[in-house]
Design a protein around this ligand. Sequence first.
Ligand code: 7TS
Length: 416
Amino acid sequence: MTQPRNLIKEFNVDEIRKDFPILTRDVYPGVPLIYLDSTASSQKPIQVIETIERFYRHSYANIHRGIYAVAEEATAYYEEARKKIAKFIGANEPNEIIFTRNTTESINLVAQTWGRMFLREGDTIILTEMEHHSNLVPWQMLAAEKGVILRFIPVDESGFLDLEQYKKLLEFKPKLVAFAQMSNVLGTINPAQEIIELAHQVGAITLIDGAQSVPHYPVNVQDLDADFLAFSGHKMCGPSGIGVLYGKRFLLEAMPPYMGGGDMIKRVTLDSFSTNEIPYKFEAGTPAIAEAVGLGAAVDYLTNIGMDAIIAHEHEVGSYALERLVEIPGVKVYGPDYDKKGAVFSFTLEKVHAHDVSQILDHYGIAVRAGHHCAMPLHEKLGIPATTRASFYLYNKKDEVDQLVEGIYKAKEIFS
Ligand code: 7TS
């Protein structure tokens, strides 16, 4: 189904850009789009767009139900996507891949099934101060319902997790440690392996929020010994409306279903039901079929380019961006030095509100985000209400950094 991109021997950003039709458009007459908001959502290559179109034109039917040829074909494409994703993250088997709508739904699924079943009043969950609301609020909801206690690994001045404090928190014998592998504000890449190893030593289950890590660098759940991993298709060149929850088989089997309905059952009577095998137990109702197939195409796309090549390119553009940004008087960039983070740069500009900065940049076609980026507690900790955030992906170029810097100087000029 997926037309493999010609294997790229050398990473060539100009060639990559040709795959993304949106990058050729103007935002305003004569003002081309400079897309620096991939942390919120990535753009889509033609290989993904065409796969989805082809699927709808040629192979669409509901899955798992029909015994006719097209339904079987559609089911095969859907299940093929699951296999590709399992391989991409190093899962032991495709059945450990649950399709959800996004990272948020994946985390809520764990909170509402595993959390409700296995946590008791007084149990501890460890999170971090840098979490996106989607790895915070589901646990707050569970805490309110079950009397579970949330404790937080602090973020230090440089934007790193305080691992000494984490070790102290482990004395509470947490049942779960859930953390972002990469921060969507600071770009910090957290030491997932170490965090998981320490958690396992006290018998805790671990959940990685991989919304920002999986799209950008190789993540292997077996190397990490991760128990759960949540991520979103739309941030990794795939369509919106499709996400993934990876879970170890024994955990998924022990969990009750999330939603009830078609597909998740084996047998139903008027007053009872028995649940289907994993992964179907967690996929009630008609899923996002074409979106799953599209995510499979996105995984092919990223794999063909190579995650190592992608991270190397981002590193080159990202280190240049940081170098240029910190040179601007009045700009403060939050988070670690470049070698310890991904290509995400949240910054403030002295005397200018983050929203004003992004509005000025928009006049030059530069798409950046301003606000708290769904991490209000982290911004509170940093002592600022909002930042402007520029983020980079495989299709961004150094000259886009130059345009960003020029735009920030314009904003300074206008507001001074
Ligand atoms: N976790 C992290 C670390 C994220 O960055 C995001 C989305 C999510 C979870 C939630 O993902 P979703 O696909 O379920 O929405 N982050 C952002 C962002 O930084 N700006 O817009 C969305």
